[in-house]
Ligand binder design. Structure first.
Ligand code: MTE
Ligand code: HPA
Ligand code: MOS
Length: 763
């Protein structure tokens, strides 16, 4: 089935926040944000700005009736700065004007007196100064301390991964207007409508039922609107409450880039120990997460780093510790993979390092350590219905890895200034919010008198194709054609207490709730049919919009059936609820069964490096992916393609730069490069792993949103192998992104006199 949004998108008819027709009297908001990263505010002079014609009001924390607090996991994030600035771009005041232009002019007239304070941008420095968001967490299995003695080879090192700008095409924004009795209605570009509702209630000092949040769709979220859509929603709601006028705020790109958090940069240490026959016996890692100025989702992201620290490998002795470090950067946040990619990169770096020291291919180590059915993850869950071995073997066989390696060797021997490199990147990703209580959802289904159906779920469409999948679920459960089904906007008054659309679990959670609602409605309709046909419920079926009695088509079609039920006063509305069974996690022990299931995949990345210029092209990404019983090929393949390219961007070209004063230098698309049509792989081949699917996945079709991003990690190692092929003196570095500048430096790096740091081969 085609994505139901395609036609609207192509025609420009789809409605995003900025397309909502504004009401008469709408005013425009603009944040006045901090011009430095850490300071005490001595005085802010708004008088000149306030005198500007068309300026309506400037709001500060003093105007807040409720609490000046929008932190979710921890309450450590003021909406508007009070006495202290914690990051460059921190909102200080909200300018409200008759037009956006006037608001921007007014902003230039505000002056501020500051006492600047020392700025920390480096997570290791923050850890040394004990500036932590929360106490560190450690996942432990076996005993690494005693395992080292049994290791033939031990390697230690450090790695860096940089952040990543979400660059959703639609920037952050919200539109609020007051309704009756002190209530507020708000449209928000958010992945988490309930989160916005909750924060508005708290800041405005009103109960949640007075706040209605509505979301039509997002022009991309990628995690950047899981928690960080909240501030903008609360700001416009605050202004609507005070001024009793509709207030709109749609951020400009540079404002969005400056003021919002991104993927967390990590600085990590690893130690890996192998037996003579390349079995990984022990693995230790310490992760320093650059959380930014407040917690946001950092503790949850940190947790997923630990969950995925050993990726798709079975390691008997593991000890991994993670520190969430408070710095003076904008609070970093969810980004596709949610800490998983950062953890997996370190593991792959350790393997790459070991392979290079031992003069073998990384795949020799990878192959020897692939997870098997029944193996235990460091967090206590066992690998069940484990497709790791199958996905590994299928990839190597299907794409003929020996032939690929041979082609690369031949190419490299025949070409002096072009070198190819290859890397294999397996991925094992756990599906469920790691925070068990978040794994539930609801769906509200109305069957109208004419037989048409309206569906509301707690899920948000952000380009991932959720709405299409929801239509497919209802079609299957009610045996209806797509035209009869409409997906409503996501609205907190129709579906309350939603978890954000995240963790790749939206279709599973909301789809299962929808299934349940549809099943219940179908049961009622079958009862109606049985009654009118004087038959038994068990004899009745509904197929292709007709009622069948004892497998014989009757003259009751869908519309007639709905009419009969309505006249019989049967309830044609149902609210479905679903909570993932089985899962739990005990944080005291750091053990449990946090995931409904795992998604497995494996990929081969081949690159060509231009050794005169340091540029590179991604020749191919060839992968085998465990979709389960794929319910929508164009959508799921689209998720793979987008994820792979986004992952490659993170690993190769997207370079976030803050100066040591905490100012974002890569603050526009002229200084922050994301993949374009020329930088995507020349060839991207997706093969389905044939499996029977998982019962906890929606229609056995496994979650697909985040896992493919991590295939992109292969690009880093493939480029590194190509550089090594050109310059044998190149010392391996694990410092992503591998930008063309770094490639060029690596290609012409001279021999170092000392042995590479940390190289240690025992015996
Ligand atoms: N695909 C598109 N087109 N746009 C997005 O914003 N977000 C990703 C992924 N794919 C995203 C996307 C992220 S971070 C997640 S968690 C999932 O989609 C969320 O949707 P799902 O739970 O329905 O997979
Ligand atoms: N994934 C994505 N988002 C989340 C999670 C998670 O595991 N936990 C809380 N928010
Ligand atoms: Mo996705 S990072 O879980 O929004």
């Amino acid at each position: 089935m085609k994505n139901i949004d395609s036609i609207g998108h192509v025609r420009g008819e789809s409605i995003y926040l900025d397309d909502i027709p504004v009401r008469t009297g709408t005013l425009y908001a603009l944040v006045y944000d901090a011009p430095c990263a850490h300071a005490r505010i001595k005085n802010v002079d708004y008088s000149k700005a306030e005198a500007l014609p068309g300026l309506v009001r400037i709001l500060t924390h003093r105007d807040i009736v409720g609490e000046n607090e929008i932190g979710n996991i921890f309450q450590d994030e003021p909406l508007l700065a009070e006495d202290e600035i914690h990051f460059w771009g921190m909102p200080i005041a909200l300018i409200i004007a008759e037009s956006e232009y006037i608001a921007r002019q007014a902003k230039k007239l505000i002056s501020i007196e500051l006492e600047e304070l020392p700025v920390i941008t480096d997570p290791r420095e923050a850890r040394a100064k004990n500036k932590l968001i929360a106490p560190p967490r450690t996942f432990k299995m076996g005993d690494t301390n005693s395992a080292w003695a049994a290791c033939e080879y031990i390697f230690e090192g450090t790695t860096e991964t940089n952040g990543q700008e979400h660059l959703y095409i639609e920037t952050q924004g919200a539109y609020a207007y007051p309704t009756e009795h002190g209530s507020i209605r708000i449209s928000s570009s958010t992945q988490g409508p309930t989160q916005v509702q909750k924060a508005i209630a708290k800041v405005l000092g009103i109960p949640m039922h007075k706040v209605e949040v509505d979301v039509t769709r997002l022009g991309g979220g990628f995690g950047g609107k899981e928690d960080q859509a909240t501030a903008w929603g609360v700001l416009v709601a605050l202004a609507a409450q005070i001024l009793k006028k509709p207030i709109k705020y749609s951020l400009h790109r540079m404002d969005d880039m400056r003021m919002t958090g991104k993927r967390h940069p990590y600085s990590s240490d690893y130690k890996i120990g192998l037996s003579k026959d390349l079995k990984i016996l022990a693995y230790e890692a310490t992760f320093h997460q650059n959380a930014g100025a407040s917690a946001d989702l950092s503790p949850a992201v940190l947790e997923r780093t630990l969950f995925h620290a050993t990726n798709m490998y079975s390691v008997p002795n593991v000890e991994v510790t993670a520190y969430s470090c408070r710095t003076h950067l904008p609070p970093n946040t969810a980004f596709r993979g949610f800490g998983g990619p950062q953890g997996m990169f370190v593991m792959e770096a350790a393997i790459s390092r070991a392979a290079n020291e031992l003069g073998i291919a990384a795949r020799d180590i990878q192959a020897r350590n692939i997870l098997q059915e029944g193996d235990e993850f460091p967090y206590g869950q066992k690998a069940e219905k484990c497709h790791a071995q199958k996905v590994w073997n299928t990839t190597l066989k299907h794409y003929n890895i020996e032939e690929i390696e041979q082609e690369i060797a031949t190419f490299n021997s025949e070409n002096k200034y072009y070198k190819k490199g290859m890397a294999i990147m397996p991925v094992c990703f756990g599906i469920s919010f790691t925070n068990t209580p978040m794994n539930h959802a609801r769906a509200l289904v109305h069957i109208y008198q004419d037989g048409s159906v309206g569906i509301s779920t707690g899920g948000v469409e952000m380009g991932q194709g959720l709405n299409t999948k929801m239509v497919q679920v209802a079609m299957a459960e009610l045996s209806l054609s797509a035209q009869r089904i409409k997906i409503e906007t996501t609205n907190t008054t129709r579906v309350a207490n939603t978890s954000p659309s995240a963790a790749s679990a939206t279709a599973d959670l909301n789809g299962k709730a929808l299934e349940q609602a549809c099943k219940e409605l179908k049961k009622r309709l079958i009862e109606t049919a049985a009654k009118h046909l004087k038959s038994d419920n068990s004899n009745i079926t509904i197929e292709n919009e007709f009622v069948f009695n004892n497998n014989k088509k009757t003259d009751i079609d869908w519309e007639k059936l709905v009419q009969l039920a309505f006249l019989d006063r049967v309830c044609l509305t149902e609210n479905g609820h679903y909570a993932t069974p089985v899962i739990y996690f005990d944080k005291a022990k750091e053990k449990g069964h946090p995931f409904a299931y795992h998604v497995y995949g494996n990929s081969i990345t081949v690159v060509t490096v231009d050794c005169l210029r340091g540029r590179y092209e991604i020749d191919a990404v060839k992968l085998v992916h465990d979709f389960g019983k794929k319910m929508n090929t164009p959508i799921d393949d689209g998720q793979i393609e987008g994820g792979v390219v986004q992952g490659i961007g993170w690993m190769t070209m997207e370079e976030i730069l803050y100066n040591d004063k905490g100012k974002l230098l890569s603050n526009a698309l002229s200084t922050y490069k994301i993949p374009d049509i020329y930088s995507v792989p020349k060839e991207l081949i997706i093969k389905n792993l044939e499996t029977e699917g998982h019962p906890l996945a929606i229609r056995k079709s496994k979650a697909v949103g985040e896992p493919p991003l991590m295939y992109g990690i292969g690009a880093y190692f493939a480029i590194q192998n190509a550089v090594k092929a050109f310059n044998p003196n190149y010392t391996l570095k694990y410092d992503a992104p591998f930008t063309p500048e770094k490639v060029l430096m690596g290609l012409y790096e001279k021999v170092e006199k000392e042995a590479p740091v940390g190289a240690e081969i025992l015996n």
